[in-house]
Design a protein around this ligand. Structure first.
Ligand code: GDP
Length: 461
């Protein structure tokens, strides 16, 4: 790995914007000693080098007679820290210039600027967290909704890791038994062993399959559902958008897309996140299909997990509607029959005869149908009941891929048993499953892969 665990690292751990306080985090062998050189406590008996762990001191950051900031220093002593190394946190004022100059000071004193995720990487390398837990830290930071946050917290507490460890223990016990029986046939019998192993393998496959199945839910919980609202002019697209934004407008982000005016809005609908694409086009254009062009509409659509096809229910279908249906016929869609505060005359059967879609009557104007829409989306996208308190949910593609490898290896064991192969044939595939599961926890992980995983982290974490 690039980092050398002997050195002391530091980073600004809070966001780089003007704020009340900003924290600089320092970790490593010399963290306390170096911080002590620049921190003058108001009470002289509170020198950082003599401070007990989990104590804070108030003082000033001073170097060569110049005061950089007033701060509170928090001392945490190894091994009871995030990284299991000595850690100091300097709570400074949150100005970007202040934080950068204090960090600069530390760097001049031989501290190294931490790489993104390096604190968590040290926590992993020093055995405080396994890799699945470490990854959940990043997911927690990036959580877009409460459900995603809960899953990350559960994973951080070790729930997924525990399931994986139980599987690995079963595999190891069984493999060890085969090895012993082959070495010492007089004392270890392999009679009936295959039947017992088959039973174990079936149970393990059930657990693994369930985890893999949860990955689909996990993906949508974590990333949100890419949604696009389409419809002819005046069908009520903007009103639908407003209805969706109406209540718990969670996060609004301006993410530069492929085109200048692409804007994504993140909407929290009944605890699920909808990433609504291309709302700029939808809002500004009076004729989405014509103005943004069929090609561009297709591009936006190709990325979409869900299309909300908005139809003016108080009128007959028009050629525009038909044209849009042609565009979305292969997508997962919900047709919103809008304006049901008026008399609905549109021919719903004609719609369902042209596209495979769910139909929902709403009134975007008075917000009628919002909850029904949320439940409909849930039933279309999630297999579980989304009870993140009880179920372990896989949110990482890396974990999913390794679980699929595990499933394949276990299936091969099953095939060998059913084909009546000799016991020593089983061990190769059992060990392959064992290793794939181990990689989820970060065992025998290649250095460059660990670097890659941690490089996705935020600075200072
Ligand atoms: P867009 O062009 O598809 O974005 O449509 P708008 O959202 O701008 O709506 C077009 C017109 O339909 C506006 O006058 C809205 O007030 C009206 N409208 C939208 N939704 C409803 C609804 O549920 N009921 C009624 N009665 N009018 C609606």
């Amino acid at each position: 790995m690039i980092s050398n665990n002997d050195d002391t690292i530091a980073a600004i751990a809070t966001g780089l914007s003007d704020s009340g306080i900003g924290i600089i985090r320092i970790s490593g062998r010399n963290a306390i000693e170096i911080s002590d050189k620049i921190f003058i406590p108001a009470n002289p008996s509170n020198r950082l080098i003599s401070l007990e762990g989990y104590r804070a001191a108030y003082g000033r950051i001073v170097y060569e007679g110049r005061t950089y900031d007033e701060a509170v220093a928090l001392v945490m002593r190894a091994p009871k820290t995030y990284t299991r190394e000595d850690v100091v946190e300097l709570d400074c004022h949150g100005g970007v210039t202040v934080l950068k100059s204090v960090l600069e000071l530390l760097l001049n004193m031989g501290v190294r600027q931490a790489e993104p995720g390096e604190f968590t990487k040290r926590a992993f390398l020093n055995g405080r967290l396994d890799l699945a837990q470490a990854e959940s830290v990043m997911e927690l930071i990036h959580a877009k909704n409460e459900r995603s946050m809960n899953i990350s917290l559960k994973q951080l507490s070790g729930r997924l890791s525990k399931t994986i460890k139980v599987l690995r223990e079963t595999i190891l016990t069984r493999t060890a038994y085969i090895e012993s029986a082959l070495d010492d046939p007089e004392n270890y019998s392999l009679d009936n062993f295959s039947t017992e192993l088959l039973n174990d393998v079936d149970n393990m496959l059930k657990t693994v399959d369930k985890l893999i199945a949860s990955a689909n839910d996990g993906h949508y919980i974590k990333e949100g559902i890419n949604t696009v609202i389409v419809g002819r002019p005046n069908a009520g697209k903007s009103s639908v958008m407003n209805m969706l934004l109406n209540e718990d407008r969670a996060i609004v982000t301006d993410i530069a897309g492929t085109t200048r005016d692409t804007i994504n809005e993140c909407i929290n609908l009944g605890g699920i996140t909808l990433n609504i694409a291309d709302t700029a086009g939808i809002r500004e254009s009076s004729d989405t299909v014509e103005k943004i062009g069929i090609e561009r509409a297709k591009n936006t659509l190709s990325e979409a997990d869900l299309v909300l096809f908005t139809v003016d229910g108080s009128e007959e279908l028009t050629p525009d509607d038909v044209e849009i249906m042609e565009l979305i016929k292969d997508k997962k869609s919900i047709t919103l029959i809008n304006k049901n505060d008026r008399e609905i005359i549109v021919d719903k059967l004609l719609i369902t005869s042209k596209i495979n879609t769910e139909i929902l009557e709403i009134s975007a104007l008075n917000g009628n149908g919002r909850e029904e829409l949320a439940s409909l989306i849930k039933s279309m996208f999630f297999s579980g009941n989304l009870n993140t308190d009880n179920d372990t949910v896989i949110t990482s593609l890396r974990h999913k891929a390794l679980l699929i490898e595990t499933r394949d290896a276990l299936s091969r064991v099953k095939d060998s048993i059913n084909a009546g192969m000799e016991e020593d044939f089983f061990t190769i595939d059992l060990m392959a499953a064992y290793q794939s599961l181990g990689l989820i926890l970060g065992e025998e992980l290649e250095d460059d892969l660990a670097d890659k995983i941690f490089a996705e982290f935020c600075m200072g974490k």
